[in-house]
Write a protein that binds this ligand. Sequence first.
Ligand SMILES: [Zn+2]
Length: 288
Amino acid sequence: MALKDIQSLRELAEMSIKVGSRVDYTQGGGGNTSVKLDNGYMAIKASGTRLSQMTENKGFAVVQVSDLKDVTADFGYDPLRPSVEASFHVLLKKFVCHTHPVYANIPLCSIEGTARIIKIMKEIDASYLILPYINPGKELADYMKKGLTEAIPQAVIPDHEEEFDYTDEDSNRRPIAVFMQNHGLVVSADTAEKCLEIHEKINELIAMEYGIKEGDFDAFAKDAAKTLYPDQQVYMSLGDVQQEIFAAVSFIHHVIINNNETIRGMDDSAMDFIGNWESEAYRKTVLS
Ligand SMILES: [Zn+2]
C-alpha cells in the first residue's frame, strides 16, 4: 500500500521543520503536528522524534482517523509509534500544529493569564478554547471533545456564532486554536500555511501583551546556558534537551514575575500521572 497524498505529507514536513527548528516553540522532542490525508488516514509526528527531523518519508506515523489504528508499517514506513496526542488531532481541522511555545505558555502557566488570552484573541477573528490542565492522552482528547460539542464549566468558550461540532464535515465549526493550561498551544487550519500564520500571530500577540519580543528568548537562553558558580556544574550539569527545557522554564518564570503575575504549577496528581506514564518513558528513550 502507498499513501497517495504526498503533497500533504510534504507540507506537513515543511510546517514541522519550521516550528520544530525554533527552541522557543518546542523543546526536546516536544510538540507534534499532523495532517489528515485522503481515504480517512492521518499522518502524525512519531512519539519522541524531533519535529525538525521530519521529512515526507520519515518521522511520522500513520493512523486511521476513525479508530486511531496504527497502520504505519502497512504503508512501508518505519514502524514508529504515533504521538500520544493523536487522539485530539483527529478532532481538529486538516492541519494541526501543537507546540509548547515559551510565549503562549506564559499566560498558560500564570494564574492571571486567562484574561490576557481572551484579550489578545479579540484581535484574531476565530473561535478557540481554553482548557484547564488535563492528563495528556485519552483524558485530554475526551475533554477536548466535550469542549468541542458542549459547554464545559472549566473551559472558556468565548462567544462564537455556532457551537463547535467536530463531527461536522464543515471544518469551520472546529476551533482554530486550543490553549491548554500548563501545557501548550494547538492551532489547526485547512492549510499548513494558515496554520503557521495563526501560530506565529498568536505567539507574537502574547509576547507583545507581556512587553517582550519573540527575539528576547534567544538572548535569554544564551545567558541561561552559562554556569554561574561551581555548585551548578557539580549538581546540575544538563544535557542538550534539559538545557532547552531549563531555558524555556526560566524564561516563562521570568516574564510572569516581571509582569507581577502569579506562577501556576502542575498539581501533585498531574505530576504523578506523567511520572508513571509509560508513554513518556518511551518518548524519553527514543529521543536520547
Ligand atoms: Zn503537548
